[in-house]
Design a protein around this ligand. Sequence first.
Ligand code: NG1
Length: 485
Amino acid sequence: MLSKLIRRMLPNSWIERMSDKSGRDRPPVKDFSKLDENQKIRYQELSTSFKEKYGKLPQFFASVPGRVNLIGEHIDYCGYSVLPMAVEQTIIIAAHMTNDDKISLSNKDPEFEDHECSIDNITIDKSSVTWYTYFLCGLQGIKDNAEDKKLRGLQCMVDGNIPRCAGLSSSSALVCCSSLAVAYSNGFKFSKIKLAEMCASSERYCGTEGGGMDQSIAFMAESGQAKLISFNPLTAVPVQLPPGVVFVVSNSCVKMHKAATCHYNVRVVECRLAAQVIAKKKNLDWQSLRKLSEIQEALKYDVKEMLTCVKELLHSEPYTKEEICSLLEVSSQELAETSLSANTLHVEQFKLYDRATHVYGEASRVLEFKAICDMPSEDACQRLGQLMNESHTSCSKLYECSCEELDKLVEICLKSGALGSRLTGAGWGGCAVSLVPQEIVESFLEKVKTEHYLTNPERANKVTESLFASRPGGCAFICKKIKEQ
Ligand code: NG1
């Protein structure tokens, strides 16, 4: 452990990395008796279902939280810091180790079919992503890092209460949970940082070029705090949210299945192309640069200067593929190799100006949000709300990752008393997060319920799981019935 004195003297980011090097900063192993009463009931029920399925009790559980991103949308894959917190909803895997090389997967929810495969023969089919694909991504991540070690088999049952396809990171939670369970059962002592990095890259096996926010907060969350997650190197700095306000999550109930559409990867590619076109125009080595943050670093500009740079160097009309090829002086085949991804090869138009303007603006809002939390003034909550509103407008208008229902929901939340409200996660459906003064939470929930949920019969019976105030939850952990160090 680093001494208290040294901890006080060092920046947080150093501490995270040093404790990582010392090998102690691993996901905690909790004793079952330490769970709260509701958790105990859930784990007991899962044990019972596990026993019915496999004829024995699970030996351990892995638990990973979902997350709500407070601000910093679609900028992690551009290299910029984001500000999420874990939610209390989790994915749990109950597991029993076997002596063969078989992985048996089942889900407590009977809607999901069982799956079985050999560890030596994992097939991840990008073209038909199903619930267990995410488990397989996590497993593959451990395989990629197992060196020559042969992995042992596992019987697993998954139980999740994170709303699905809702921008609360249920799929990443499953990837992380599978990695954690497989790592634990094989005796790997990976740190939280290592697991987060492994899971961020292994989730890409399902075809989405994600940025790493979800896996990082899953492993590095701390109860009661949000985190400023930064990349390269990966760090998680605590952010203390001001007192007197809570974050309320509301689900538009429009489902967006990221891996089944190309929306997300198109945005990743648009940002990459914006970076490369700016780099070319600034005589930088554009082929080695892929992220908007890398251009900023190379030019030694601040984010505001990058916004000016976008105005000067890019035009607001969409770019055609031909125009980009001619600017970068490459053929369309070369462009495919340097900049596109499998499911974006067909795209003919790219909005570079709007996307880059969103990214640099959002990156600057994240830093402002963190600064306000660090030095709260009297109007701190109003200012945080304002930043969230600006973020939503930018996501909706410049990044075009909202949808009609979500825009409407954000409006309802603001009308119901939120200081700020915005879509959270990838968007195109899913949830909004709202900053709400503590003293009006009950009336806020009632108003949103009446206006958004009760006006639609399909949404009306989903209120409980779709509308909730959330405190910042804790990180991923292993749960066992015996105490261990
Ligand atoms: P969700 O909301 O889980 O689909 C996705 C990405 C994040 C981030 C956000 C947008 C993955 C696994 N997650 O999250 O990295 O880019 O969108 O801010 O791809």
